[in-house]
Design a protein around this ligand. Structure first.
Ligand SMILES: *Cc1c(COP(=O)(O)O)cnc(C)c1O
Length: 428
């Protein structure tokens, strides 16, 4: 696409955008009586207008039926997780039996590691990306300790080369190869939360399997952001949250994927609860755990109905649009932002985008390193109705940091992007 640096051009792109009506389906926080420029969907997605009625319907169900709400009404609570299965499968490229919505993200990461990180004296290492989201780092570190190993030797991080900010696939594959005899698990983010880099999940899975290891991904920043094909890529397990790109509200539930070749293996060790037990005999309340087939067999508890209800209506939107269509707009939108920032740099600014330049190596987020005036600039943006994300990072100079912005194709417009970059250029 040949972009132009003008408001008229941005408005033209909005006019031609086949997804433009979706913006209307979301509530925008207000600033001076106007919608904010919301670029923080990578942290907490906006509220779909349909959520309110979905929650009210569940309150009504509870009020009307009490405990019988488990079996009565349009969406009986007893089966609630099933109402989210097909759409979750579509979202991540899986078969319905391979996914389940349950718990929260870090909890599911632990549950998956119980099954898929089974270290032995000879094979105990985990290979992960350096600079992973802290919760993942803590989960992996404590899993390693739980099995009696030392994180120092058991966790191998892949870091960017000197002078680079993102990982090269060839380097990831090389590290996996180097440690192949000792690696039990390869565990990466799908899209890195800090740099916005989208890793080559398929290549990592192939390399991990060639090394004899299991391969899992944390898709917190990938689900609802990029097109995923978890089944075809032969990934062993994956987890994601629903409150970032998936707009399901603070603390929203997590999704988990278990490849079918593991899902139907009752011998696979796991931490169980009654909701993962064979549903035909669940209420016999008998001894002896018999797992449900597929990912559902990893459930612990009955569904958190209110947060599942919000998630359900959000999934309805994703299912209606489809990830392929979203991704087409996403690449255009992020490409436009990158173009405008490059234009600004041509005229004397120095914004350094650390996110990969190639669309196939990123989602919709751009991470922009600022100079020492970064914090001041970020505050200026906030005071003027831009909601973005700031991380101080003294690696790049005193008071310097990273502004992370996500132009989300479901509700952000090309005009949002244009106005944001205009504001970046304000002299403060
Ligand atoms: C957002 C995020 C989390 C948060 O975990 P919760 O358990 O949902 O609080 C964990 N890991 C990654 C990679 C994230 O981006």
């Amino acid at each position: 696409m040949q972009y132009e640096n003008s408001l008229t051009f941005a408005q033209q792109l909005d006019q031609q955008d086949p997804l433009k009506s979706y913006r209307e389906k979301f509530h925008f926080p207000q600033h001076n009586g106007k919608d904010v420029i919301y670029l923080c969907g990578n942290s907490l997605g906006l509220q779909p207008k349909s959520v309110k009625n979905a929650l009210l319907a569940e309150l009504e169900q509870w009020k009307t039926y009490g405990v019988e709400g488990h079996f009565k009404g349009e969406m009986p609570w007893m089966y609630y997780h099933k109402f989210l299965t097909q759409q979750s499968a579509n979202l991540v490229g899986a078969k319905p039996e391979e996914v389940v919505v349950m718990n929260t993200l870090t909890t599911n990461l632990h549950l998956m590691m119980v099954s898929f990180y089974r270290p032995t004296k000879d094979r105990f290492k985990i290979i992960m990306e350096g600079g992973a989201f802290p919760s993942d780092q803590y989960a992996l570190e404590t899993q390693v300790r739980f099995h009696g190993f030392d994180p120092e030797s058991a966790i191998v991080e892949v870091h960017p080369r000197e002078g680079e900010t993102t990982l090269r696939t060839e380097d990831i594959l090389e590290v996996i190869k180097t440690h192949s005899d000792q690696t039990a698990l390869v565990m990466f983010g799908g899209v890195n939360y800090f740099t916005g880099q989208w890793y080559d999940l398929k290549a990592i899975a192939e390399a991990g399997h060639a090394a004899g290891a299991n391969v899992g991904f944390d898709l917190a920043h990938a689900a609802g952001n990029v097109v995923l094909k978890l089944h075809d890529w032969n990934i062993d397990f994956a987890v994601w949250c629903s409150y970032k790109y998936l707009n399901s509200g603070p603390g929203g539930p997590s999704g988990a994927f278990v490849h079918e070749r593991h899902g139907n293996n009752p011998e696979l060790p796991r931490f169980a609860g009654w909701w993962g037990h064979d549903e035909d005999s669940r209420f016999l309340m008998k001894k002896g755990f018999i797992p449900m087939k597929g990912a559902a067999g990893w459930q612990l508890s009955n569904a958190q109905i209110f947060s599942f209800a919000a998630h359900k209506v959000s999934l309805d939107i994703f299912d209606e649009v489809g990830m392929e269509a979203l991704r087409i707009k996403s690449e255009l939108l992020t490409g436009f932002m990158e173009f405008l920032i490059n234009e600004a740099n041509q005229s004397g600014y120095s914004f350094n985008i650390i996110t990969p330049k190639n669309a196939k190596d990123r989602g919709c987020q751009l991470s922009i390193i600022t100079d020492e005036s970064g914090k001041e600039l970020f505050n200026f943006l906030t005071e003027n109705g831009v909601i973005a994300d700031w991380r101080e990072d003294n690696l790049y100079g005193k008071n310097a940091g990273v502004i992370r912005v996500a132009s989300v194709p479901l509700y952000n417009s090309f005009e949002d992007v244009f106005n944001f970059v205009e504001m970046l250029k304000k002299d403060i």
